[in-house]
Design a protein around this ligand. Sequence first.
Ligand code: RIB
Ligand code: CA
Length: 325
Amino acid sequence: MSDDIRGTSRIPLVLDLDTGIDDALALAYALGSPEVELVGVVSSYGNVTMETAARNTCALLELLGRPDIPVYLGLDRPTASAGPFSPPPGVVRIHGENGLGGAVLPCGCRTTRQNGVDFIANAGVMRHRELCYVPTGPLTNLAAALRRSPGLASRLPRVTFMGGALTVPGNVTPCAEANVHNDPEAADAVLHSGLRTCMVGLDVTHQAILTREETAAWRELGAAGRLFAQMADYYIGIYEKNNPCLGGCALHDPLAVAAAIDPTLVRCLSANLCVDLTGPTRGRTVCDPARLRDAEKRCDVALGVDVPRFLGEFRTRVRRALGGR
Ligand code: RIB
Ligand code: CA
């Protein structure tokens, strides 16, 4: 464990991002949260390739004044896939060619070669009893670390992931949410690993909406604020076409970070989940029939969210990260 963490009372946070637009907002939320110490970011594929996600994360950390935070390379393809992942055209439309809605960040010259799966499997900080590990892309890296280090499930205190849909339809197929759809085998392995998890899925993230009113205020906050407003407005524009009834864009990934830091923001159903791996429902998150009667439930599925309180926290923390008061 790093001395930095041992010496502070802040909660160590590790993010695992497929850095598109809402992942960028999640990163800003984390950096604007005084009670947590962001100790590393692992990269995943999904909204973009894994390499682009790593580049975007490095550039965003520089933009937000934290180039010191380590970025790790995760796996570049789903568990059952022979070739590297590249985002399909529908995803490219949602997050833009560069994953950031076309916003060109001023820096981004930093690169990284550190191995993310090794970091998850071995780093001392992953044993910290208050560690928050928050994947907001597919669960490929975590599943690989669990295969490499089977004891990890009992060492990692808890994982709060953005993904899945229990009571609402999926957003890629009628059953599957994007992060689980991208690697159903990994999600199923994590849900069977014995880890304590909290699933922040579409059940709640479609209730937490960012509007143009808020992004307009970011434009007053300087260069970082203007770039984040450009990214978020691009994302809102996609939602206005695809999902106009929401009145803005869903804050999927920031809500997962928020719920990891303050679990009282969400109301949960405790369950043992699994993922359908075959047939037309592939990628569906569902209560596991084989463990339905087990007394111990390993997953807290967020089904309710205190929207006003979350949006208030989001406003304060993201503005702080963007250089506002
Ligand atoms: O389904 C929403 C999720 O898919 C978010 O994490 C978004 O960033 C994409 O990865
Ligand atoms: Ca994401």
